[in-house]
Structure formats: structure tokens, C-alpha cells
Design a protein around this ligand. Structure first.
Ligand code: KIV
Ligand code: ZN
Length: 561
């Protein structure tokens, strides 16, 4: 049996006989309006300075925003001054509309128009609260009282338009706390405002329907948007705009469902800055569109640089797991994820023209200025594939598949011991310590390798330095000789002849490292000596044959005694 906690009540769903939004697909970007410099800025512990706002404004313009709310000029001198700087210094590009917010109060409206003198284009954004709680608790007025405030405010704005003859004015009205408002009443007040403004098809009003505080699941918000749109007297006279906050953590979802429900304009901020849990994160919604093949009409191809400006000017930090922009978004810790990503990226290289399909990566990090190099980091949970991936991507070593497990185990053991993840440089160091520089007790004095061929037989003579494992000093030299059907075979035979425990080569591979005169070769050998498991070795040299002989010694030096 379920019980209802009387302290809270369920959200009253809109009565819909049928809804169409669940079947719709978003095929086009909305008109974006940034409210970073108003809703975002007002929610900062340390609001931005005018200089920082100018930098942010210029960033927004560069990203492609055509509508930018620049503040609440009647609320403070700094907001007023910022508007003036933009206008006086002619910083507003020809295709950009600046937007200013104001309450329905005569003196504030008058001051707002003062701030707009000489501005080429502006959206005047008027709002008042409409929800039952705001009517009853904050203002102590009824529905008609709320309508009267909005209509009076609208008329005051209309009267002032002639005071800015150089400015093309558009009008936006927000029934603040729309999500908590009876939808029929929200429509009634918006239509009263529309009539007072004199909205037309040629010059539509913007009805901005905010989820000032998220009240319920995003489907309820979408229902309200669809209901509002389909019940308007003059739908062609209004642009429906969304403005979601994130109190329940679903601001992005609410906006996306609201767009499916027919809204064509979206207000929000970069990285979701804003009151309480923040506004809608426009970066996320825009990049979600991109991943569906829809042009977001905003340029987030240099996301780390955008984030840097955001963090510096707002003094906020983007959390590490924030969609698209967080530090850890393109990092896989789990071995199976790493393996799948590794395969996915290889597949991508083979089919660069196919649509993006890489497991665990919803977007190509390059498209937003992030790099593949950060994708895989290694900790004790990482799989062998991840380690091999780092070795190849970071340092060019293509470890043979059989060797992945061997080196992966070494890395996991070290990460476990340290209790932290290993950066790529530490992985390379372990590879060197374990394989490339494994030169005790036997080290090839490589310049002394001599070969001669007789028919299909090769004879080899090599000088081996023997190291004392305790003193780590070379205490003797051995000259070994052997014959075989190639240098490797001859070298193995020479070693065995010199008294090394018999062993055989199980597998080997080699490739070049880098290119040009400086290029080196790397060789990997797997040998089997005695009843234990096979053992791997690796070595580099400018001479590929010498690299092979050194790699055999590396493996031999690693055979457990
Ligand atoms: O969240 C909100 O309701 C607002 C309004 C002023 C649009 O920011
Ligand atoms: Zn808001």
C-alpha cells in the first residue's frame, strides 16, 4: 500500500486528451538566447566586473549567439554601465539582439530605456510572478491583480518605445514561475499582455515560459508547453521560448521535451550557471543536437578554451563529470570500456567516412577541441587493452597482443601498490625498467656483433657483458658464437652453447619507432625456458637486427631464477 506524505503533494498533471510531443523529433536548432550575463551573473558570489562581462559578451558573440541578455540595467549601476559600454563602444554586431530584463515598475522601466539610448536592436524582457504561491504568499493578490500588473507594465514599455528612436525594439514577456502556474492562467495572462502590446504575425511577441523552479518531471513541463501552444488564440503571433532551471536535475531534459512540444527558442547559460542548481546548460543541449546530426548553430569546437574563460570570469568550476566539458568525460577507467574504445577508434580509422560509432564515446572528442590522448588513464582496474593503447598512442610502441597481459599485470600491480592512477610517463618508465633496460645479468655489447653467411647459414659472434646482480657491475665478458638459419637462430644457439638454460623463441615482432635518420627499431620477443610460462622481452636499437638480439637478452634476463 502506498501512502502520501502530507508535507508534499504530487504535481497536478495537465489534462491532455492527446499529446503529440512524444512522437516528435528535433530536427532544427532553436533560437538560442544566452542569459549568462543576467540570470547567470546574478547568481555569482562575486559578480563579474564590466571588463569580464565584455570579455564574456565577446565570447558569446563568437560562439554564434544572436540573442544575448546583457543584464537588468535598472537594478544596479554596474549593469547600467555595462549596457552603456556595449552601446557607446559599438560592440554589438549587426546581427545580434541584446536583451534587458525589467520588472513591471514604472521607474525601473524608465531607467531601462535610459540604458538603451542609441542601442541598435534590443529585446525588452518584462516579467512578473504568476504562480498561486507567489500570488498568495509574496504579493497577496489574486489572479486579476497579477494580470493588471503585467498589462500595466506592458503598456508602460509600449509608451516608452518612442523614447529610443534609434532602437528597434522587440518584446518578451515571462510569466515567472510558469511551471508552478495553472497553465490556463498562464495563457490568459500572456494573451492579455499580447493584446496590450499589440502583437502581430509580422512582429510576434516572445512568450518565455520558465520553469523558474522545476516542479515535476520533464514530461509534465512538455505537456504544459504543448497545451499552451495549441490553445493560443493567435499562435502565429508568438514565439514560444523555454527557460528551464535544474532544481530536480532535469533542466536539459525539460528543454529537450519542450522543444519537441513545439517551442522554438531556448534561454540558458554556458555550463548551466544560474540561481540555485543553475539554468539550463546550453552547451549540453547544443552538443546533444550535434550528436543527432543536427547543426546546433553554435560553435563549441574549442570547448576547453570556452571553459577557461567561463571559469576565470565566473570563478566557478565545471565539475569533472559535467557532460562534454568535464575533465573525466573522455576518460575510461574500466578495462572493458578501454578495450572497446580502443577497438572503436581503430574501426573509425578504417572507416573515417562512416557515422560516428565508438563504444562509450557519444561524440568525437576532436569535434569539441578535446583530444583522444586523454581518453584512457590507467589505474589498478584498467585492462590490458588500455595499457597497450597508452603505449601506442602516447609513445608509438605497438606491443604484440600476446604481451598485453604480461605488461598489463605489471601496471596493475604498481597502480595497486601506489593506490592511484598512473600517468603515461610512469607507464613508459615501467616499460623501460621492465623490458628495454633489462640488461642484467647479460648485456649485449652491440658493436661487437659480427655475422658471416655461408649458404643459407649465418654465423654470429657477439660480446656479452656479464653483470653481477648484487653489485650491478659488469664483472666478466663472454664471447659467444653460434650458427643458424638466421641471426636470431644463430644467436639463440650461441647463447645455449655458452651455458644458458635451453630456451626457444615462441613469437616475435618488430617495428620502427619514429621516422627519419633518428628512427629506431623496437623488437619484442616471447621465449619459453623450462616448464614455467613464457617470458617477454623488448629492446630498441637503431639497427633492427641488434634490437632483436637485445630483446632476446631482455627476455632471458627476465626468466625467473
Ligand atoms: O527563472 C526565471 O523565471 C527567470 C525569469 C526572469 C524569466 O529568470
Ligand atoms: Zn531564470
Amino acid at each position: 500500500m502506498t501512502t502520501q506524505n502530507p508535507k508534499y503533494r504530487p504535481f497536478p498533471a495537465v489534462k491532455m486528451t492527446h499529446r503529440t510531443w512524444p512522437d516528435r523529433v528535433i530536427k532544427q536548432a532553436p533560437t538560442w538566447c544566452s542569459v549568462d550575463l543576467r540570470d547567470g551573473n546574478q547568481a555569482l558570489a562575486v559578480p563579474m566586473s564590466v571588463e569580464e562581462k565584455i570579455e564574456f559578451f565577446e565570447l558569446l558573440v563568437k560562439l554564434g549567439f544572436k540573442e544575448i541578455e546583457i543584464g537588468f540595467p535598472s537594478a544596479s549601476q554596474i549593469e547600467f554601465d555595462f549596457a552603456r559600454r556595449l552601446i557607446d563602444e559599438k560592440r554589438i554586431p549587426d546581427d545580434v539582439w541584446v536583451q534587458v530584463l525589467v520588472q513591471c515598475k514604472e521607474e525601473l522601466i524608465a531607467r531601462t530605456f535610459e540604458a538603451l539610448q542609441g542601442c541598435p536592436r534590443a529585446i525588452l524582457h518584462l516579467y512578473n510572478s504568476t504562480s498561486p504561491a507567489q500570488r498568495r504568499i509574496t504579493f497577496g493578490i489574486d489572479k486579476q491583480g497579477v494580470i493588471d500588473i503585467a498589462v500595466r507594465g506592458t503598456k508602460l514599455v509600449k509608451e516608452r518605445v518612442s523614447s529610443v528612436p534609434e532602437t528597434k525594439i522587440r518584446f518578451e514577456y515571462s510569466p515567472e514561475s510558469f511551471f508552478a502556474t495553472e497553465v490556463e492562467f498562464a495563457l490568459e495572462i500572456c494573451e492579455a499582455v499580447g493584446e496590450a502590446w499589440g502583437y502581430t504575425e509580422a512582429e510576434p511577441i516572445i512568450f518565455n515560459l520558465p520553469s523558474t523552479v522545476e516542479m515535476s518531471t520533464p514530461n509534465h513541463y512538455a505537456d504544459m508547453i504543448e497545451w499552451f501552444i495549441t490553445h493560443q488564440k493567435y499562435p502565429e503571433r508568438a514565439i514560444i521560448s523555454l527557460h528551464t532551471h535544474n532544481d530536480r536535475g532535469t533542466g536539459v531534459a525539460a528543454t529537450e521535451l519542450g522543444m519537441m512540444a513545439g517551442a522554438t527558442r531556448v534561454e540558458g547559460t554556458l555550463f548551466g550557471n544560474g540561481e540555485r542548481t543553475g539554468n539550463l546548460d546550453i552547451v549540453t543541449v547544443a552538443l546533444n543536437l550535434l550528436t543527432q546530426g543536427v547543426d546546433p548553430e553554435l560553435d563549441f569546437s574549442r570547448l576547453p578554451a570556452i571553459r577557461e574563460i567561463y571559469e576565470r570570469t565566473t570563478k566557478l568550476e565545471v565539475p569533472p563529470r559535467w557532460p562534454y566539458s568535464g575533465d573525466l568525460v573522455f576518460t575510461a577507467f574500466s578495462g572493458s570500456h578501454q578495450d572497446a574504445i580502443n577497438k572503436g577508434l581503430k574501426d573509425r580509422t578504417a572507416h573515417p567516412d562512416w557515422s560516428w560509432e565508438v563504444p562509450y564515446l557519444s561524440i568525437d572528442p576532436h569535434d569539441i577541441g578535446r583530444s583522444y590522448r586523454a581518453i584512457i588513464r590507467i589505474n589498478s582496474q584498467s585492462g590490458k587493452g588500455g595499457v597497450a593503447y597508452v603505449m601506442e598512442q602516447e609513445f608509438g610502441y605497438q606491443l604484440p597482443k600476446a604481451m598485453h597481459r604480461d605488461f598489463g599485470r605489471i601496471i596493475n600491480r604498481e597502480a595497486d601498490r601506489l593506490g592511484e592512477e598512473l600517468p603515461p610517463e610512469d607507464i613508459l618508465k615501467l616499460f623501460k625498467d621492465e623490458y628495454l633496460d633489462r640488461e642484467e645479468p647479460r648485456k649485449l655489447a652491440s658493436e661487437t656483433v659480427r655475422q658471416s653467411r655461408e649458404g643459407d647459414q649465418v654465423e654470429i659472434e657477439a660480446t656479452i657483458l656479464i653483470f653481477n646482480l648484487v653489485t650491478k657491475k659488469s664483472d666478466s665478458i663472454e664471447i659467444i658464437k653460434g650458427r643458424g638459419n638466421g641471426p636470431v637462430d644463430a644467436f639463440v644457439k650461441a647463447l645455449i652453447k655458452s651455458g644458458v638454460e635451453p630456451f626457444e623463441v615462441v613469437s616475435y615482432s618488430e617495428h620502427s619507432l619514429g621516422s627519419g635518420a633518428e628512427a629506431k627499431a623496437v623488437a619484442y620477443f616471447e621465449i619459453k625456458a623450462g616448464p614455467g610460462p613464457s617470458v617477454f622481452g623488448a629492446a630498441t636499437d637503431t639497427n633492427i637486427e641488434v634490437a632483436s638480439l637485445k630483446a632476446i637478452l631482455s627476455a632471458l634476463n627476465r626468466v625467473p631464477k
